[in-house]
Design a protein around this ligand. Structure first.
Ligand code: PGA
Length: 252
C-alpha cells in the first residue's frame, strides 16, 4: 500500500503579511527545486494570510489549507469562516480539531465531525487531529483516548481521498518533547485498526496518518520512516523554510 507522504505546515497564529508572503515564497522556491517531489506539500497559514500566501505559492506544488472552519456555509456566525469561503480562496485542506482548538474553544468530537462533513460538502479535505494529554499518557490511556477521538471526530463518509488523520500528543506540541518512535508506531497502528473498524480495512489502509508534535529536522527521519507514519504536521519548524524543507528532504 503506497500512501504519499504529506508534509504539512501549521503556522498557527503567526505571521504578519510580509513574513507570511516571504515564508511562502521561500517554501515555493525550494519545492520547485525538487522538480517532481515524491511528497505532497501543504501550508496552513492563519486566515488573514490565505489570499496572499496563495498568490506567493503560484506555480509551486504546495497546497493551501486553513486551520479551522465553521460547519455552516454562511450566515449569522460573527467572527467565523465557512468552508465555502476557504474553498473560494483556493484552499484544498482544512485542519480540524487541533488540540489547541479543542482546549481554547471547547471543541468536542461531535463538533469536529460536523465541521468535517461540511468541509467535504464544500470540496475541502480535512486533517482531523487527535492526541492524548500528558496525564492521560501517564495513566496509560493513550490508545483509549485516541480511539474515542477517532470514533467521535471522523465522520462515517470519511475516506482516504477526503481525510488525513494527525496524531499529535498534546504534551509534545511546542515543547521539544516527543514520544519514542516505538510509541508513535504503536499509536499509529492502533489508530489504523480503529479506522478499519469504523470505515473498513481498505479505506483504513489508504488513509494517511501524520505524526505531529515537536517534529524537527533532527528527528524527522526517525518518525517519517515508520511504517504507519505517512507524513508530519509541523508547527514551530514550519515557520522557517529551511527547517520545513529539511524535514521534507529527510524522506522526499
Ligand atoms: P509543533 O506543533 O511542531 O510546534 O510541536 C505541531 C502542531 O501543533 O501541529
Amino acid at each position: 500500500m503506497t500512501r504519499k507522504i504529506l508534509i504539512a505546515g501549521n503556522w498557527k497564529m503567526n505571521g504578519l503579511l510580509e513574513d507570511g508572503v516571504n515564508l511562502a515564497k521561500e517554501v515555493a522556491a525550494e519545492v520547485k527545486k525538487l522538480g517532481r517531489p515524491q511528497c505532497e506539500f501543504l501550508v496552513c497559514p492563519p486566515f488573514t494570510l490565505l489570499y496572499s500566501v496563495k498568490k506567493a505559492l503560484r506555480g509551486a506544488k504546495v497546497a493551501l489549507g486553513a486551520q479551522d472552519a465553521h460547519f455552516a456555509v454562511k450566515g449569522a456566525h460573527t467572527g467565523d469562516i465557512s468552508p465555502a469561503m476557504l474553498k473560494d480562496l483556493g484552499c484544498s485542506y482544512v485542519i480540524l480539531g487541533h488540540s489547541e482548538r479543542r482546549a481554547d474553544h471547547n471543541e468536542s468530537n461531535e463538533l469536529v465531525a460536523k465541521k468535517a462533513v461540511a468541509a467535504y460538502e464544500n470540496g475541502l479535505k480535512t486533517i482531523i487531529c487527535i492526541g492524548e494529554t500528558e496525564k492521560q499518557r501517564d495513566e496509560g490511556k493513550t490508545i483509549d483516548v485516541c480511539s474515542k477521538q477517532i470514533l467521535g471526530s471522523v465522520p462515517a463518509n470519511a475516506d482516504a481521498s477526503n481525510t488525513v488523520i494527525a496524531y499529535e500528543p498534546v504534551w509534545a506540541i511546542g515543547t521539544g518533547k516527543t514520544p519514542t518512535a516505538k510509541d508513535v508506531e504503536e499509536v499509529h497502528a492502533a489508530v489504523r485498526a480503529v479506522l478499519a473498524k469504523k470505515l473498513g480495512k481498505s479505506v483504513a489502509n489508504k488513509m494517511r496518518i501524520l505524526y505531529g508534535g515537536s517534529v524537527k529536522p533532527a528527528n524527522a527521519k526517525e518518525f517519517l520512516s515508520l511504517p504507519d507514519v505517512d507524513g508530519a504536521l509541523i508547527g514551530g519548524a514550519s515557520l522557517k523554510a529551511q527547517d520545513f524543507m529539511a524535514i521534507a528532504k529527510s524522506v522526499c
